[in-house]
Write a protein that binds this ligand. Sequence first.
Ligand SMILES: *Cc1c(COP(=O)(O)O)cnc(C)c1O
Length: 356
Amino acid sequence: MKYKFIERDKLKEKPQGELGFGKYYTDYMFEMTYTEDEGWHDKKIRPYGPIEVDPSVMVLHYAQETFEGLKAYKNDGKVYLFRPEMNAKRFQSSNERMCMPKIDTEEFINIIEELVNLERDWIPDSEGASLYIRPFMFASEKNIGVKVANKYTFLVSLSPVGQYYKEGINPVKIYVEDKYIRAAQGGTGFVKCGGNYAASLIAQQRAEEMGYTQVLWLDGKERKYVEEVGSMNAMFLIDDTIYTAPIDGTVLPGVTRDSVIKLLDEFDVKLKEEHFTIDFLIDMIEEGRLKEAFGTGTAAVISPIGELGYKGNSYIINEFKTGDLTKKLYDRLTGIQYGRLEDKYGWRREVKNDHC
Ligand SMILES: *Cc1c(COP(=O)(O)O)cnc(C)c1O
């Protein structure tokens, strides 16, 4: 193996029954450290477990932190990643915005492949299950002055996860948030950083109290334009066209979003990647022209939206049923991810058994 390997005394028991999401972690994780003098160094695969940090590490005070999320899929003993170079590039753009050091695409993918290959036995192969991969970086310099840190830690942990929704895909209720905002032009909306989520929790909590699953964010300036759902990009089928917010600073550039857009052609569906207002969307529901709505993201893949709550009213979409296009996109995408369908875009990357 390319990295230093610190072995566990005893391997963990593999979980039995429901895996849930983020409940279990594998035996090992990857760790490396960055300093200005040495660059990335002390690269190792070590037992998964607590890490020791000084109370004054900067991330705990000023939230200089970024993360990624992708999955490894197992089918017939073969293991695949899905477009990991997209995650590598997005991680670079997140780190650039947060004044954090770069990890090259090749190294990012290599680290993940070495770790996933080592933990192959942890990858569940039941329907819809996978291994969730969480790379993340944080400022680990001990200093409570506000400045760019000079030391960082990068970790990758692995968590076997079950199908996101137990009964397959089911519509969810979404609350249109018109008080709090997630992102504004010039901010960090396009970045996967913990701080975005910390600031969004209050809206998420309020939505849950009202019986909704997640919120639909509107733009930060006018609370007028539709942006995205909590941890997913949002798509709306109006007549024969998918409407989705453009990637221009405030919306997270999702890998699933990009993949769905590329698949639309195959289903003869047009695309409008433009700003559109919540009022337009409500009009389209009332005129019966909004046929389907769904969120896209690595965790749930495609999540149909069955209801929108906005300013005290509730709007049902497609009789709260999963739409045809939604279902077809889900089947096509998961088919490619698990190696069941032809991969004509070259999205799949097999993690070979002889990698080490
Ligand atoms: C990660 C994320 C998404 C989805 O991105 P994928 O690459 O498709 O998983 C969408 N919105 C936000 C805010 C996210 O953090």
